[in-house]
Design a protein around this ligand. Structure first.
Ligand code: PMP
Length: 469
């Protein structure tokens, strides 16, 4: 792992230092953040850009003529152009709509394009791997309008099964597809799907929430008509999302929300909507968030999207190999094998352990993987993390109780032994979780990583021996 990082184009240790949250500890150990698919952390540059904006420039946009209002407007519009260029939009100033998040971007398409263009009996083709954000708005429309929803199935490897694409797309008015699955990590063949959709006369809305942050994305190359994504998954702040749409489609769509900022003219009995994108941005938009998004894009571009993709491909391959190698058939990883159609999202199941329990154990271990073997009276559980190796041995004393537990952590590179009650305790907790039942622990203050571990004797309950818990 370490060698891989050193050889890598991206120096992960240098990049890590840009993220203040990574400096904090959780459960007494440095945090290992593995939840970027849900939301990513922000580098200092993003936080600084937003703070600097609030400290020096904050004003509402598109209405004031005073200096800071014009500056704020210019910076907000510059963020729009940058976001558009980032995904290869031909006309960013017209085609990039700022929303609240991916969910709102997709709802905008369903609400505005869908209600204008879909009638009872029309069909929409989705995939079985869509996030709720690209499913529920269409279900709502199906309820309201009586439209037919069709689904591209997912095969056993977690890829879309396109064998029936031509039949399924026939007669469809819109195809909604995730560019990268948030569950399986599958990178879908959008260009191929778009080609089939367009041949059938359908428009394509792509959910880019997972792809835009992690690989170079070009809407022209993908051939899609709409693309939705969120700033908070690409090192930016929460509260701002993006919808890119083809200018001719956006121009023909009615506003989604009504209010200030989206009108050209308004009377007591009628209004004339502004052109896109203002037409879709009613009310005060997320100004500071747009500036944060621009800083996030600058940061991503400085690192380089190609390098980010290459780095993630290597990490994904490493993670998949390491999980297979260390956990074998105990661990089932979902989604395609490492390769060009696999992103860094990784979902797994460990034996029959409930996902919630496993996540809690991993949270306490702050480790990437655990290995657990049971043989006769000896149980060995070891945990591996990026820079160290921890080993826990539980030796049966012949009578079954008490067990003596010794936890060690070795720094892989210095060969030094390090330890601590926190780690030992976490490992024992993992053991308990994996075995079910309960184990009592005794530890002397200052005893380092040594614990005495009791298994329950007949009739002994936590209530009977509270000092052990
Ligand atoms: N689509 C995909 C593929 C996602 O991963 C997510 C977030 N998990 C969303 C849509 C929704 O994003 P948001 O919560 O920012 O609206």
């Amino acid at each position: 792992m370490h060698d891989t990082l050193i050889e890598d184009l991206i120096d992960a240790e240098v990049v890590r230092k840009d993220f203040p949250l990574l400096a904090r500890e959780v459960h007494g150990r440095p945090i290992v953040y593995l939840d970027s698919a849900a939301t990513s952390l922000q580098p200092r540059a993003v936080l600084a850009a937003m703070e600097q904006y609030y400290e020096t420039t904050h004003a509402n946009v598109h209405r004031g003529v005073y200096a800071t209002a014009e500056e704020a407007t210019n910076r907000y519009e510059a963020a729009r152009v940058l976001a558009g260029r980032f995904i290869g939009a031909p006309d960013p100033a017209r085609e990039i709509v700022f929303t609240k998040n991916t969910t709102e971007s997709l709802n905008l398409v369903a609400h505005s394009w869908g209600r204008t263009n879909l009638r009872a009996g029309d069909a929409v083709l989705l995939t079985e791997m869509e996030h709720h954000a690209n499913l529920v708005p269409w279900l709502q429309l199906a309820d309201e309008r009586g439209i037919e929803l069709r689904y591209l199935p997912v095969d056993g490897d977690g890829r879309l099964d396109l064998s029936d694409l031509d039949r399924l797309v026939d007669g469809v008015k819109l195809v909604g597809v995730s560019a990268m699955s948030n569950v399986l990590g599958t990178i879908n063949p959008l260009a191929r799907i778009s080609e089939a959709a367009h041949a059938a006369g359908a428009v394509v809305v792509a959910d880019g929430a997972q792809s835009v942050p992690h690989l170079p994305v070009d809407v022209a190359a993908l051939g899609v008509d709409f693309l939705a994504f969120s700033a908070h998954k690409m090192l930016g702040p929460t509260g701002i999302g993006v919808l890119w749409g083809r200018a001719d489609l956006l121009d023909a769509m009615p506003p989604f929300l009504g209010g200030g900022g989206m009108i050209l003219d308004v009377r007591l009995d009628r209004f004339l909507p502004a052109d896109s994108p203002q037409r879709f941005e009613a009310g005060t938009p997320p100004i500071a968030e747009a500036i944060g998004l621009a800083a996030a894009i600058d940061y991503l571009q400085a690192v380089g999207m190609d390098r980010i993709r290459a780095h993630e491909q290597r990490l994904t391959r490493y993670a998949l190999d390491a999980l297979a190698d260390r956990l074998g058939p105990d661990c089932r990883v979902f989604g395609p094998p490492a390769g060009d159609d696999r992103g860094g999202v990784l979902s797994l199941a460990f034996r029959d352990v409930h996902a919630h329990d496993l996540a809690q154990v991993l949270d306490h271990l702050t480790e990437n993987a655990i290995r657990h073997t049971a043989a006769g009276g000896t149980v060995t559980l070891s945990a591996t993390r990026a820079l160290g190796e921890a080993r826990l041995q539980v030796a049966d004393n012949g009578r079954g109780v008490p067990f003596h537990v010794q936890a060690h952590i070795f720094d892989r590179f210095s060969g030094e032994e390090r330890g601590g009650p926190g780690l030992g305790l976490a490992l024992v907790k993992a053991l308990v979780e994996l075995h079910g039942g309960w184990v009592a622990l005794e530890s002397e203050p200052g005893a380092g990583a040594a614990f005495t571990c009791h298994l329950p004797e007949a009739g002994q309950t936590p209530e009977a021996r509270p000092e052990l818990f």
